[in-house]
Design a binder for this molecule. Structure first.
Ligand code: ADP
Ligand code: MG
Length: 683
């Protein structure tokens, strides 16, 4: 390959070596194994092959608009073939009354089928067997312009694969290959590019995906083994206060899921190892009480506990909730945020340092270096997605003697397949059950033209004593227009509801003003809250029973679900109304239909994953994590499970990978270790 093409490959695809290039797998294959009869063609078929005799070839039109037309005939019918480019040359080379293999996509044009720009091969001079799967490679516009398209790439690949074949090393141990009936690495690499047949392609894919996921899992599990062996944790054996609270002060029974999760946490806290656990629970599943009871396990044993929230509003809300519980046991619970007054702050700092304050709720303010604890034993982080990795690592330093236990809570349900991969070195607990007696939120879709009716419904609900959220999208880059939508919306609502009070909250407001407005709504002094997604996370107003989402087509599925979770927190029937324009894209329709159909956060997260791909779901900062070459987490859950099981079994038998039969693994890990970012360590 010349320097120009090599440069293009580097620049456009990040391909620097033969190894990189051979791992540039086709993303699909054109099926040239089958020859269709012209009579069985229809417009829903992809590119297909047909064989027949060329007839009635003719040039039509003049100059640049000139096209070449012909028909191909077999014993079942005929179809028009047409070309708009390279017309003169094609006219010279294609011959009437000759048999050709044509490869193209049947499309409907003027109510009959034709094929535009089919590839033509004279059957008398076929260069290859007619039956094969033709690889299609990702390329870029720039590459195409420089004539480095998929076909050229495939010719280069042919040379490379032939050349590399004798040098391809096996990267998995033989016993795994036998046990899972895997294709050899060599055969897999050949067949992924140039499949002998569909079965071999299938086997090659399975092998390469298995290998990829196996090594991801192995890496995570080894980190976990290392971490568990290294990091000691305080042991919290006493459960006196916990029992007392449970017996005398609980106003509801815990759900089975809550009980199970608490057991899992307790087991960690008496294990002598540091806990590093992710707690997933859909909105309203009751994570707060689990947090509090876990904090009790720490304070029961002379340690302190903190709960960190991403925003001031949330910290306030957690404080209010936990204070009620803590007071019952006479526990000293504090609150520390950016707006805590200097004088109060000094007292808190002192009490944390001398151990008088046992529990504290706060924001990032807790991370400041001046905040020192006497003995921080447990740190709970709410809504981990808003915390940066660096901030989380600061937590570790808050107890110089022994690293605090960490529990991260999130309401964004991560599909299991993804959680397994991303947090393979973390322990994951799930609250997969809502408290009994909750009414399902009724979700409906309404077009913008029905807004007056929606207003009517809002009025009915407010008359019943309820409150209403109206949420507008706020998308980075189109903020000016979005604010206009928001303020226009606010005005039309104040006009439509002169008899009621309306709050407005958005990100451009000063925190104090925002807080003031939120509090008015919380106290039911305002009946309608017009807001951007700042209310997305955690806000709890049980009396609010209607959530209207404007321009719902502009929200992601998980975000819609989060927003909906702001209602349905009280005993009343709650509603979510998704407002959209008439014109909806295919994905938008799926999002809206999914919302209307189900309240299940995990189901929604799975569909979201399929629609958006995992990188997007986790936010850009983590997308590098999922640099998977061939596996697709939204589709390969089963392979992931098998690979995970295999990795676990292997590590159980050979934790340090010393055994001679695992030499392949040692070698391969060494070659993989270029990428050393430890993204899985979340705290
Ligand atoms: P989230 O998981 O979204 O943080 P919360 O902890 O705010 O949920 O709980 C939502 C509501 O459900 C709160 O009002 C809480 O008191 C209530 N709750 C939590 N657990 C139970 C339960 N087991 N039974 C009844 N109500 C519960
Ligand atoms: Mg919460």
């Amino acid at each position: 390959m010349g320097p120009q093409r090599a440069g293009l490959l580097q620049l456009e695809l990040g391909i620097f070596t033969f190894g990189d290039l051979i791992q540039h797998y086709p993303f699909r294959y054109l099926d040239r194994t089958q020859i269709y009869k012209i009579g069985e063609l229809h417009e829903d078929l992809p590119m297909v092959q047909i064989k027949g005799t060329l007839k009635r070839k003719q040039l039509i039109g003049e100059g640049r608009k000139q096209r070449l037309s012909a028909v191909l005939v077999d014993d079942t019918g005929e179809i028009e073939l047409v070309w708009f480019k390279g017309v003169k040359w094609l006219d010279k080379t294609l011959k009437n009354f000759t048999e050709y293999l044509a490869f193209g996509k049947p499309t409907l044009f003027n109510s009959s089928l034709n094929m535009a720009h089919p590839e033509m091969e004279d059957t008398a001079e076929l260069k290859h067997e007619s039956s094969f799967l033709q690889p299609v490679y990702h390329t870029s516009e720039k590459m195409k312009v420089q004539r480095l398209d998929s076909k050229v790439l495939s010719r280069i690949m042919q040379v490379l694969v032939n050349m590399a074949k004798p040098h391809i090393q096996e990267t998995l141990p033989q016993n795994l290959i036998d046990q899972y009936k895997l294709m050899s690495k060599q055969e897999a690499l050949v067949n992924i590019h140039f499949p002998e047949n569909a079965d071999k392609l299938q086997a090659a894919r399975f092998r390469l995906k298995f290998e990829e996921l196996f090594y991801v899992q192995l890496k995570l599990m080894r980190q976990k083994v290392v971490r568990k062996a290294d990091l000691k944790g305080q042991i919290f054996k006493n459960t006196g206060a916990l029992t007392e609270f449970y017996k005398n002060h609980m106003v509801f029974d815990l759900t089975n899921a809550q009980k199970r999760v608490l057991k899992e946490i307790h087991k960690d806290l008496i294990s002598g190892k540091q806990m590093n656990r992710l707690l997933q629970g859909d909105v309203g599943s009751g994570k707060t009480i689990v947090a509090f009871l876990s904090m009790l396990m720490a304070t029961d044993n002379g340690a302190q506990a903190c709960l960190m929230a991403p925003t001031e509003i949330l910290a306030e809300q957690h404080y209010t909730g936990l204070k009620e519980y803590a007071d019952k046991l006479g526990i000293n619970l504090g609150k520390l945020t950016g707006s805590t007054k200097k004088s109060e702050r000094n007292v808190i700092h002192e009490q944390l340092q001398n151990g008088q304050m046992q529990m504290i709720v706060g924001t990032h303010a807790l991370l400041e270096d001046v905040v020192q604890f006497q003995n921080l034993g447990l740190c709970i982080v709410d809504e981990q997605h808003r915390f940066g990795v660096a901030q989380r690592s600061k937590l570790w330093q808050k107890n110089p003697r022994i690293i605090p236990h960490v529990l991260v809570m999130t309401a964004t349900p991560i599909p299991r397949t993804l959680a397994m991969t991303l947090y393979g070195d973390l322990d994951v607990s799930v609250i997969d059950e809502l408290p009994a007696g909750r009414k399902e939120i009724v979700t409906v879709h309404r077009f913008d033209s029905k807004r007056l009716r929606v207003f009517g419904f809002m009025r009915e609900q407010i008359k019943l004593g309820r409150q209403v959220y109206v949420v507008y999208p706020l998308i980075e880059g189109s903020e000016t227009m979005d604010y206009k939508d928001l303020t226009d919306g606010y005005e039309s609502i104040t006009r439509a509801f002169p008899e009621y009070q309306v709050s407005i909250v958005h990100g451009k407001m000063k925190p104090a003003d925002k807080d003031f407005e939120m509090q008015r709504f919380v106290r039911n002094e305002t009946q309608i809250m017009v807001a951007t997604t700042v209310i997305e996370v955690g806000v709890n107003v049980p009396n609010a029973s209607v959530m209207v989402i404007e321009s719902a087509e502009r929200f992601g599925l998980s975000q819609l679900h989060q927003l909906r979770g702001r209602v349905g927190r009280g005993a009343e029937q709650s509603y979510c109304i998704l407002m959209t324009d008439y014109k909806l894209g295919k994905d938008t329709k799926i999002r809206i239909e999914t919302m209307v159909r189900t309240n299940n956060g995990f189901e929604i997260a799975d569909i979201d994953l399929k629609l958006r791909g995992p990188g997007d779901l986790m936010g850009t900062q983590q997308s590098g994590v999922l640099d998977l070459l061939i596996s697709d987490l939204s589709k390969d859950a089963k392979i992931l499970q098998e690979a995970r099981f295999a990795a676990q079994e292997l590590l159980d038998e050979d934790p340090t990978l010393e055994k001679p039969e695992n030499e392949n693994i040692r070698l391969h890990i060494r070659s993989l270790s270029k990428n050393t970012v430890n993204w899985s360590r979340i705290s």
